[in-house]
Design a protein around this ligand. Structure first.
Ligand SMILES: Cc1cc2nc3c(=O)[nH]c(=O)nc-3n(C[C@H](O)[C@H](O)[C@H](O)COP(=O)(O)O)c2cc1C
Length: 341
């Protein structure tokens, strides 16, 4: 048995409504390819890549799907961070052009003060002759952002990212269940598909998001724990040891790394470490940065969603996607038993 969402399936050609997040520093093309091979849809996190490297990686990724027709899109997506594209717009446009020229199926945009510009640059950029335009995914952290993305920009897919999410997100984002429900109510049945992101680790959780009305889900932290993710081994080990109560929303982890450009209202969720304790108790950023750089005990940055306590092993991305999907089926079968015949 298979869980199919016609809305997402017809758009993306995915077999199952599970998407791996565009994660800078974690989601490689290998990860994206293996998620798609597992029946889901994989994104590459390309925020920090050089355009030439991205083009070469995407070319290699395309070769992993030897049966593709010449103009058919490579069934993976590429994710960018709006404010980083803005920081050096020439490089930003070159990065986007590399993704578009590679004929990927989707572009993901998040965290920008002027994301509209990048949505339209995606729509206007050159794709190979005869190739379809990639779908535009925009990740949002509030109902109003979802409304603007859907109604004013006409994006193809809205990713509703709740407070539980790992990595960067809205400091004031509602919990995933609340945000997804509110976004669905706002956009209505004629709106674009809405994917739920934040804190998800199990098939039963995914089934509950689909029951809410989400067309699918996005998992980030869970896919960090795969051999294909390029996240550092030490970070993966810390995630395996952590529980959900170890995570915190904060800017402290960015201060330690010396990253100050996030738009107002965005912070990140990661494991609470000495960095967070120090910043909260007023230690100077420079002092914390020095300890982080020197690799002092406990001065680590590990992005993580609240679902981390349910993640106990590293598993190949294809296998993980297939198992999650099988667990979604089981969860729905269990709930059917609640009905009297
Ligand atoms: C290590 C890591 C890196 C991330 N990088 C990005 C990114 O580059 N762009 C982006 O839009 N979201 C990024 N995110 C957030 C994800 O897109 C997604 O919303 C989040 O992982 C979902 O929550 P979960 O981690 O609890 O599954 C990142 C998340 C993690 C854990």
């Amino acid at each position: 048995m298979q869980i199919v969402n016609t809305h997402l399936t017809s758009l993306l050609g995915t077999r199952v409504p599970i998407v791996s997040a565009a994660m800078a520093g974690a989601a490689s093309t290998d990860l994206a390819v293996e998620v798609t091979r597992g029946g889901g849809f994989g994104f590459v996190g390309a925020a920090f890549d050089a355009p030439e490297k991205l083009a070469a990686d995407l070319k290699a990724a395309r070769a992993s799907f030897p049966d593709l027709a010449p103009t058919a899109p490579t069934p993976i997506g590429v994710g960018f961070i709006g404010w980083l594209l803005d920081t050096d717009e020439v490089r930003g446009r070159a990065l986007l052009a590399a993704a578009l020229a590679s004929n990927v199926a989707a572009i993901w945009l998040a965290f920008g003060v002027d994301l509209r510009k990048w949505v339209f640059a995606t729509r206007d950029g050159a794709v190979p002759p005869g190739a379809p335009r990639p779908l535009v995914f925009v990740q949002v952290t509030s109902v109003e952002e979802a409304r603007v993305a859907a109604e004013e920009w006409g994006v193809d897919v809205v990713v509703a990212q709740g407070n539980e999410s790992g990595g960067h997100g809205g400091a004031a984002a509602p919990p995933t269940f609340t945000l997804v429900s509110e976004v669905l109510a706002k956009l209505g049945p004629s709106g674009p598909p809405v994917l739920a992101a934040g804190g998800l680790a199990t098939g039963a959780q995914i089934a509950s998001c689909l029951t809410l009305g989400a067309a699918g889900v996005v998992l980030g932290t869970r896919y960090v724990l795969t051999p294909e993710s390029v996240y550092p081994a030490g970070g993966k080990a810390r995630l395996l040891r952590a529980t959900g109560t170890h995570t915190v929303r904060t800017l402290a982890l960015d201060y330690a790394r010396g990253t100050y450009g996030w738009p107002v209202g965005i912070d990140g969720r990661g494991l609470r470490t000495a960095i967070v304790d120090d910043i909260e108790s007023g230690v100077e950023h420079a002092e914390v940065q020095a300890k982080f750089k020197a690799g002092d005990e406990g001065y680590t940055v590990t992005w993580s969603g609240t679902g981390v306590g349910l993640m106990n092993e590293i598993k190949p991305a294809k296998q993980l996607t297939e198992e999650l999907h099988a667990d979604v089926v089981k969860a729905f079968q269990r709930t059917q038993s609640f009905f009297a015949v």
